[in-house]
Write a protein that binds this ligand. Structure first.
Ligand SMILES: Nc1nc2c(c(=O)[nH]1)N[C@H]1C(S)=C(S)[C@@H](COP(=O)(O)OP(=O)(O)OC[C@H]3O[C@@H](n4cnc5c(=O)[nH]c(N)nc54)[C@H](O)[C@@H]3O)O[C@H]1N2
Ligand SMILES: Nc1nc2c(c(=O)[nH]1)N[C@H]1C(S)=C(S)[C@@H](COP(=O)(O)OP(=O)(O)OC[C@H]3O[C@@H](n4cnc5c(=O)[nH]c(N)nc54)[C@H](O)[C@@H]3O)O[C@H]1N2
Ligand SMILES: [Mo]
Length: 767
């Protein structure tokens, strides 16, 4: 018998086609104009051998191994659900009593499910918050540095997260779009919370047809699609700020800056201009100065700057640009540059970050919140910027400087993760594992034997979205999608929320956690809250019963384009920005007062420790970029056919220029060893002239497969770039991830590489 159920995922809405209790196909939602290929991997993933079939406990933990006990190398012992719940409840109670709530790390960063009720992280925060609190994680890996900076200088994070000036507006009014980091098609495959329609590529294509000229300023030609006909400017990684200063120099030199806008709408421009002209430090930031740092010819920099001054221009940078040491600087410089052009708040012009980073950025839509779960306040004030997790684990009792504050790092005894994978997302994994091993106990809820589950003490098998009812929703998308349970839970898997309700029960607060609502009542409650928010904005949507029956709601797109900052531009006194001055802070006294020498009061050029300009490049002469995968979502769907088809002899591909390959005697299709002082990984070599010389690039997301499980120094035989990436904060201001500042060398893999084993379950013992 075949059944068809409405469903959704971060990579798109679909109809779940179910035969004999198994998902056989994820058929794209009929309203999606360009569904991506990732849905093909769903049946593989949902019924994968890598699903966790039942609860387990690490053997060493059962035998008493707590703080300092190595994780990742032991066998797992199967336990009953009753036993597992009891162990988690007892250990949670013990840690709370003996060490206090801040000793539980419950930040649990990660993408988990598109369904908003069963969103594991939200539910875990409810559970821990109601029980007394936890050490939280703030900001994100996506744009952590940028989201700390922008409130100081533009007074909002809307310029990163949306609502940004939409593509309809750009198509109608812009003539030039300068894209630092390009507009990579692969990034449009996903929206956090799911989407009814992939409109990313069609929208930019329409802008190109309407006459917008695109410039792809990136080390990788593939960061724009051929249909856009973009000019490629192959820049050196981490040098974007230098190029922007030089463009600012050209504008000043030609007297083309918009004096009226700068005077009315910004503060601190003169100090920035002094810096650019070299009055402050004796170094004029000329195109020749920048050419040596960026490898972009001075003539190109000059031409692009004058072109931008002469035509309506939208300036954008991908989120990746700030995921590097001093990643705040290129973004701040771009805001200053866009202000000089005077386009901020003009239709189709100005600045927006992330048009190239995710589907939904710039998609025309009404201003509406998403359907969302109900968070609980965390009674504990302790937190870290998310990407400082290893420091948290390494140096309890010490201070971490962040955004003008001194954070006291708690002593973490228990790590509780549901819906994220730090051994996917964090940098320098060997170092992370050494810090991780300092915990007494690690509890992980996961559907699959991902690397976070493999490095846990208590492993609780979670259902996937197919195994429960939910609602998918994103503030970036016009569609709200019903997700009907399509299959029974796989193995003994249980819903995250039901697992946590049972632990809360054992600890005496089940009804506070559930608010005595079951799944159906929560969905109706969440939808009802959203429906009222729509009504307040004059938008009528059907009631819950009709929505659930139809399977989706579409909120029609507004008729006219949206221009961000239009009111501010028209009357900055009546509509000030939420900054101290109410204006664009090209110079920020607040930031200057923090006294961080690496982040003075305006954007400056700061060379990172690891880039092609540093002394370390003599030993490790290649800059490694680790971008988002076209074949999966981070580590999710790595067990699917789409990811498998892209691998080379089972290893994640790495892109390299033909001349760099020839210089090392390497050829396309070969397994190579990528290494630096932090470690080594295997990768499959793909030789292409689409990547500039001395830069290599590979996607994140191949599951970490250390050659010896549990050994933090072992090479990864599968190709997880985070073995190699540098774990430093972007700066003390943003403390974001600096994954893109990383140097490596590449050699042939010696001999035959060992087989990849990480897609099969780890050893199990009944001893
Ligand atoms: N080198 C490098 N590293 C990076 C980046 C980079 O550019 N370069 N990018 C960074 C960025 S931007 C991000 S956002 C992060 C992403 O990092 P993560 O969000 O941590 O990565 P995912 O693999 O999506 O992890 C989500 C996990 O949740 C699990 N999961 C899915 N559904 C459920 C569920 O219903 N319940 C439970 N309990 N679990 C579920 C999945 O199996 C998966 O293991 O990575 C960061 N890391
Ligand atoms: N298919 C798919 N799409 C995704 C995701 C996924 O896992 N899979 N993840 C989603 C998530 S969580 C996020 S946060 C976004 C991330 O969005 P981004 O961070 O913008 O995406 P990346 O792919 O890391 O980087 C985009 C491009 O930036 C270029 N680049 C890197 N460093 C530099 C530099 O220093 N200078 C310049 N000029 N260019 C540089 C690289 O060539 C890279 O291809 O993607 C989202 N989209
Ligand atoms: Mo992200």
């Amino acid at each position: 018998m075949t059944e068809i159920k409405p469903q959704s995922s971060h990579w798109g809405a679909f109809e779940a086609v179910v035969r004999d209790g198994r998902l056989v196909e994820a058929r794209p939602f009929a309203r999606d104009p360009s569904p991506g290929a990732l849905l093909l991997s769903m049946p593989d993933a949902v019924h994968s051998a890598a699903r966790i079939d039942r609860p387990y406990v690490r053997e060493g933990w059962l035998k008493g191994g707590r703080r300092g006990s190595p994780r990742g190398g032991d066998a797992f012992v199967p336990v009953s659900w009753d036993q597992a719940i009891r162990l988690v409840a007892e250990e949670t109670a013990r840690v709370r009593a003996e060490h206090g709530h801040p000793s539980i790390l419950g930040g649990s960063y990660g993408w988990s499910s598109a369904g908003r009720y069963h969103h594991a992280r939200t539910q875990l925060h409810r559970f821990l918050g109601l029980g007394g609190g936890f050490t939280a994680q703030v900001t994100n890996y996506s744009y952590g540095a940028g989201m700390t900076l922008m409130p100081h200088i533009l007074g909002t994070n809307e310029v990163i997260q949306g609502r940004v000036t939409d593509w309809a507006d750009i198509a109608r009014h812009a003539k030039l779009m300068l894209c630092f980091g390009g507009l990579p098609a692969k990034n449009g495959l996903v929206t956090s919370g799911g989407m009814g329609a992939h409109e990313y590529l069609p929208l930019m294509q329409r802008a190109a047809e309407a006459g917008v000229r695109f410039v792809n300023i990136s080390p990788f030609r593939g960061d724009t699609e051929a249909v856009l006909g973009a000019e490629w400017v192959p820049i050196r990684p981490n040098s974007d700020a230098a190029m922007v200063f030089a463009m600012a120099h050209v504008i000043l030199d030609a007297g083309r800056e918009d004096r009226d806008f700068l005077a009315r709408c910004t503060v601190g421009f003169d100090r920035f201009a002094d810096y650019v002209l070299g009055r402050a430090d004796g170094i004029p930031k000329t195109p020749d100065w920048a050419a040596a740092l960026t490898d972009v010819p001075a003539a190109t920099i000059r031409r692009l700057a004058l072109e931008a001054a002469g035509a309506p221009t939208m300036t954008t940078a991908t989120w990746s640009i700030q995921r590097a040491e001093h990643g705040e600087q290129p973004w701040w410089a771009l805001v200053a540059f866009a202000a000089m052009l005077g386009g901020i708040g003009k239709p189709g012009q100005g600045i927006g970050f992330g048009y190239g980073s995710m589907n939904g950025m710039g998609t025309p839509r009404e201003e509406l919140p998403a359907v969302a779960g109900v968070p609980v306040r965390n009674p504990v004030g302790a937190y870290i910027p998310v990407a400082r997790i290893t420091e948290l684990l390494e140096r309890p009792g010490q201070i971490l400087q962040y955004n003008g504050r001194d954070l006291l790092l708690p002593d973490i005894r228990m790590i509780f993760w549901a819906g994220g994978n730090p051994f996917h997302h964090h940098q320098d994994l060997g170092r992370l594992l050494r810090g991780w091993n300092r915990a007494d106990t690690v509890v992980v809820q996961e559907p699959w034997w991902t690397s976070v589950a493999r490095h846990a003490d208590i492993v609780l098998p979670a259902t996937t979205t197919l195994e429960r009812n939910d609602i998918a929703s994103s503030s970036r998308d016009r569609f709200v999608r019903a997700m009907h349970q399509a299959i029974a839970p796989v193995g003994l898997a249980r819903n995250d929320v039901d697992i946590l309700a049972d632990v809360a029960d054992a600890l005496g607060y089940r009804s506070a956690f559930t608010e005595q609502r079951d799944e159906g009542a929560w969905l109706a409650h969440m939808y009802g809250t959203w429906r009222r928010a729509c009504a307040e904005r004059g938008i009528e949507v059907p009631d819950f019963a009709e929505f659930w029956e139809t399977g989706f709601v579409e909120v029609p797109a507004p008729a006219s384009g949206y221009t961000q900052f239009a009111e501010f531009r028209a009357d900055p006194d009546a509509n000030p920005l939420d900054t101290p001055s109410g204006k664009v802070e090209i110079f920020s006294s607040t930031i200057a007062a923090f006294g961080y020498e690496e982040v003075p009061g305006h954007a400056v050029w700061q060379a990172p420790r690891e880039w092609l300009g540093s002394p370390l490049a003599e030993r490790f002469p290649l800059h490694l970029l680790s971008f988002q995968p076209a074949t999966r979502l981070h580590g999710q769907l790595d067990v699917g056919r789409v990811a498998a088809a892209s691998k080379i002899k089972g290893r994640e591909p790495i892109l390299m220029h033909p001349e760099d390959a020839a210089a090392r005697g390497l050829s396309d299709g070969q397994v190579v060893r990528v290494f630096n002082d932090r470690g080594a990984i295997a990768a499959g070599l793909r030789v292409t002239s689409d990547i500039r010389r001395r830069v290599v690039a590979m996607a994140t997301g191949a599951w970490w497969n250390p050659a010896q499980a549990g050994d933090p120094g072992a090479p990864c035989i599968h190709g997880n770039p985070n073995v190699l990436t540098q774990d430093v904060g972007t700066s003390r201001l943003g403390q974001g991830s600096a994954a893109q500042s990383c140097l490596v060398e590449i050699a042939p893999w010696p001999g035959e590489p060992p087989p990849v084993t990480v897609h099969a379950p780890p050893p199990v013992t009944t001893a």
